[in-house]
Write a protein that binds this ligand. Structure first.
Ligand code: NAD
Length: 296
């Protein structure tokens, strides 16, 4: 059993912390939202009234925060946890942030003799709850080996993508592709509906045909076609459009830095940004389907 500090208990962090508890770990939790902390405590975690208390004496410190600025604040400039934890505490940042920030956090940790891995995830809130996330890890072989048993409690597929920042690069590539196939799926379904097809029938056809993809399989964007997905609960919960726009920005940064052409990713980014600008940032990203619908 390890002592784990966990900071950031939102849509993803809450269920991830609960899975660590289920696996017998002592998990000390903190979030700016009291309700989020309360929820985690009800799942068996230990209450902490600030980030430093959550991290005190921890073998592992896990952060699951919105963006790079939050992670930097918790670890360095604000709460300054890197100066408060022991040298044998491994820091695992599972937030999706830019690779440059991940590398600089890795260096800030290394300067203090602390190991750090970037370990962003894929699999959504359902994967977080089921403990079936995919982790893409960037860091040294030794840090990866130390992190793996802990990540195994929250995920099914744990990949060592490479050195510092490599997990974030893999995540940016994956989410750019996700944005592209969600936009394509919404577009194709809307085309079918506008030409008289039942979206459930069209989905079934495309699932058995060459248009098959993850969005169609487990995240259908049309309300009522699939049970248990955000589209069937008014696009509540899930993966916010705001976060998808952030991730597409990270992919664009990576493309600029490496002079990689990303015309499809740029088009998807334009669509999601337009959707966000129309007041849909807090809705799940599959609500992009509504952008295509004819307004009566
Ligand atoms: P969220 O907004 O639901 O949760 C973030 C939590 O961080 C909130 O509860 C917030 O109160 C807390 N927080 C912010 N600043 C803090 C601070 N300084 N100290 C303590 N707590 C603080 O976001 P989420 O959906 O859980 O996503 C978290 C990360 O995981 C993001 O980087 C996101 O891109 C990534 N991600 C999300 C999904 C998804 O499906 N939601 C999937 C894969 C990856």
């Amino acid at each position: 059993m390890a002592k784990i500090g966990f900071v950031g208990l939102g849509n993803m962090g809450g269920p991830m912390a609960a899975n660590l508890v289920k696996n017998g770990h002592e998990v000390h939790v903190f979030d700016l939202s009291e309700a989020a902390v309360q929820h985690a405590v009800e799942a068996g975690a230990v209450f902490a009234d600030n980030a430093a208390h959550a991290a005190e004496g921890a073998d592992f410190l896990i952060t699951m925060l919105p963006a790079g600025v939050h992670v930097e604040s918790v670890l360095v400039s604000g709460d300054g946890l890197l100066d408060k934890i022991g040298k044998d505490c491994l820091v695992i940042d599972s937030s999706t942030i830019d690779a440059a920030s991940a590398r600089s956090l890795n260096k800030a940790a290394a300067d203090r003799g602390i190991e750090f891995v970037d370990a962003p995830v894929s699999g959504g809130t359902a994967g977080a709850a089921a403990g079936t996330l995919a982790f893409m890890v960037g860091g040294s072989d030794a840090a990866f080996a130390k992190a793996k048993p802990i990540l195994d409690c929250m995920g099914q597929n744990i990949f060592h993508a490479g050195g510092a920042g490599a997990g974030q690069v893999a995540k940016a590539c994956n989410n750019m592709l996700l944005a592209i196939h969600m936009a394509g799926t919404a577009e194709a379904l809307n085309l079918g509906v506008n030409n008289g097809l039942d979206p459930a029938v069209l989905s079934e056809i495309m699932l058995k045909s060459s248009g098959r993809n993850w969005s169609l399989e487990v995240y259908n964007p049309v309300p009522g076609v699939q049970e248990g997905v955000p589209a069937s609960r008014d696009y509540d919960g899930g993966f916010m459009t705001d976060l998808m726009c952030k991730d597409l920005g990270l992919a664009m940064d990576a493309s600029q830095g490496s002079q990689s052409p990303v015309p499809m990713g740029s088009a998807a980014r334009g669509l999601f940004n337009l959707h966000q600008s129309q007041g849909n940032g807090k809705l799940d990203f599959s609500s992009l389907y509504q952008l295509y619908r004819k307004k009566s």
